[in-house]
Design a protein around this ligand. Sequence first.
Ligand code: UDP
Length: 333
Amino acid sequence: MSVLVLGGAGYIGSHAVYQLIDQGEHVVVVDNLETGHREAIHHEATFYEGDIRNVDFLRSVFKKEAIESVIHFAANSLVAESMENPLKYFDNNVYGTQVLLKAMVEHDVKKIVFSSTAATFGEPESVPITELQQTNPTNPYGESKLMMEKLMKWTEKAYGIKYVALRYFNVAGARETAEIGEDHFPETHLIPIILQTALKKRAHVTIFGVDYDTDDGTCIRDYIHVEDLIQAHLLALDYLREGNPSNVFNLGSSQGFSVKQMIETAKEVTGRDIPVKMGPRRSGDPSILIASSEKAKKVLGWTPKRTSVSKIMLDAWKWHSSHQDGYKKEVKK
Ligand code: UDP
């Protein structure tokens, strides 16, 4: 039996595939390679190139492979882009999940772990954010993920598909061996942008807003190492395999770092100069997001091991400094 990983060529999905294979699982990857990279797919995984919105394609994968469970990462995930193009988000994230659930129902696959986001909360009532806080997204990306959670809830009631929704805070870092890492085009995430600036591939980092109600005026986020994050997915899969009920968990390091603090950390880790410019706020950005991950620790037995922000930055640096053009270099080999 296999675990089907949708979006297994993407940044987070590829790390999941590597860890699943480390654990001896057989893995089937589906990815449309719109943002994912063929080079990021583990050579032992069986790969199908295609789009989850194509029901015939998905059906053919379920037909050919003995799928036991699904881990679903295939989605668009940029706040700013979602503000400009909300329908893209509802189409790929919500409709795509709807098609996936339909194929799961048809093939009697009853377990799914999927990526949700801290953006489902919007501006939090208080921090750290527990799973019990109200959800009120401030952008279409967060709204689309909340809609995915609701699709799961009603699909479970009707067809008995059990799910675990994992609400990610800011995922960062890379596999410690630097075989795989973060490579987006265009890049919009803070840590890669900071490190590309350290590598002189960019002239400066623009800080999006210095007038937030925080100590230094810049946004505070909770950065979580991608390898710790994936560990929680494997535990969530075990949790469902043991017959436990559907659930939702926040995944973060439970510590907040401002944009300015992240730039300082990067200067220390890389020993390089990182020029900065102040810019306006980016629309849709809440000021502070910090997770309470107590529930994941208690219920799943999750023990994140790479919570130091310097360690997260160091592993990201190992990847970026050894793959200055991302996966492109690998293609030319
Ligand atoms: N950010 C920034 N400059 C950049 C990119 C991001 O100041 O070039 C800020 C952004 O406003 C947010 C934080 O860094 O407060 C993290 O942003 P990122 O896009 O990495 O993740 P998100 O919070 O959107 O998931």
